[in-house]
Design a protein around this ligand. Structure first.
Ligand code: PLP
Length: 399
């Protein structure tokens, strides 16, 4: 394709993934967007430049990535950050002391830490709850609520929240509030929150968008002009920008997002169904199970661009009797699954949320939110299904 496809034209997801935001390099014809490793741009006269003045503010590799991610989420604007947490931080910094935030109580531990340990002391006020009960959620909203924070599927319990339902209640009771969906777990291939009425979509691009465990980054996608301006101001004023090499890596990875997600979903489904049959395994959490409490909602809300319900690549399970020692043995004995934090890469990972990703949440808060000590979280990669199942079977056998 010689000319850059117009992101607003009705191109399919795969075509947008490969092309949106990018054009062959005008000076050489290079098909891949160059890594513009520069801090500044020469001006002919003061103010007479080619659209870029200083690389904290803009960089062409970053601009290409922002266009690409916006096209995948169906958003008008994309703003990228040095990490997912930096993106969340920019949102919080755009609020003011006294502002109220309602959040899920089942969320990434780093987000919880940022909310409670950094921004609560600065005067932001937080209410955490299980937002599956929309009436209870409505009770948590206040006239001063400025932001509603939603992860769905949640990390690590894989609860499903009703984005459209949350948006509707928020609009009715707290019209000043914006609804933000952390779409890291689903990726835009499976869920496009703006289509359900959300105002802002956030990603840790470190995960499925980056896809190869070789980069850390974050992004916010939105149609909201005022928030775009606020977030671009944050980038300029506080500077948590991704470097051009990191932007290039994410841009390269999104070209195969649709292909990878299909395999992540198929493998996760097979792994979850295998785990369910194992005598040492207790509850298995996977939204693709017909008896998962959020299954019907997930089947409506999580759909590939062609409309097929698909439930993602994440599976969590606990051991019979919440046996922490057995869980520890399983995690120490997998060979194909690597024991590591993070998720969404092509390689399968196993992790222990209570001591790793969610270790910053106090044990009593964690247990009250329903996170068992023996819970194991799997990020199911794109290897061969039979090898993944054999690996878990062996590790469970040894434990
Ligand atoms: N959101 C979710 C759901 C995550 O799992 C993570 C990290 O694990 C983040 C945000 C933070 O992203 P990052 O690690 O890129 O700062």
């Amino acid at each position: 394709m010689a000319a850059p496809p117009d992101a607003s034209a009705p191109l399919g997801f795969g075509t947008r993934a490969v092309h949106a935001g990018q054009a062959p390099d005008p000076s050489t014809g290079a098909i891949m967007t160059p890594i513009y490793q520069t801090s500044t741009y020469v001006q002919a006269r003061p103010g007479d430049h080619q659209g870029h003045e200083y690389a904290r503010v803009t960089n062409p590799t970053r601009t290409a990535l922002e266009g690409n991610l916006a096209a995948l989420e169906g958003a008008a604007h994309g703003i990228t950050f040095a990490s997912g947490v930096a993106a969340i931080d920019a949102l919080c910094k755009s609020l003011r002391p006294g502002d109220h935030i309602v959040s899920t109580n089942d969320l990434y531990g780093g987000t919880y830490r940022l909310f409670r340990q950094v921004y609560e002391p600065f005067g932001l006020r937080f209410s955490f709850g299980d937002l599956t009960d929309l009436d209870a959620f409505e009770q948590m909203l206040e006239p001063t609520t400025k932001l509603v924070w939603l992860e769905t599927p949640t990390n690590p319990l894989l609860r499903i929240y009703d984005i459209a339902g949350v948006v509707e209640r928020t609009r009715a009771k707290s019209p000043e509030a914006v609804v933000v969906v952390d779409n890291t777990f689903a990726s835009p291939y499976l869920q496009r929150p703006l289509e359900h009425g959300a105002d802002l979509v956030l990603h840790s691009t470190t995960k499925y968008l980056g896809g190869h465990s070789d980069v850390v980054g974050g992004a916010i996608l939105t149609d909201d002009e005022a928030w775009t301006e606020k977030l671009r101001f944050q980038i300029k004023a506080t500077g948590a920008v991704p470097g051009p090499m990191d932007c290039f890596l994410v841009l390269r990875a999104t070209k195969t997002l649709h292909l990878r997600m299909e395999r992540h979903c198929a493998n996760a489904d097979a792994v979850a169904r295998f785990l369910r049959t194992h005598p040492k395994v207790g509850r298995v959490r996977f939204p693709g199970f017909e008896d998962h409490p959020g299954h019907a909602l997930a089947a409506r809300q999580m759909r590939t661009p062609s409309g097929t319900p698909a439930f993602g690549g994440m599976v969590s399970f606990e051991l019979v009797n919440d046996a922490l020692d057995v869980a520890m043995d399983v995690m120490a004995n997998t060979r194909v699954f690597s024991l590591a934090e993070s998720l969404g890469g092509v390689e399968s990972l196993v992790s222990h949320p209570a001591s790793m990703t969610h270790g910053s949440i106090p044990a009593d808060v964690r247990r009250a939110a329903g996170l068992p000590d023996s819970l194991i979280r799997l990020s199911v990669g794109v290897e061969d299904e039979a090898d993944l199942i054999a690996d878990l079977d062996r590790a469970l056998g040894v434990a």
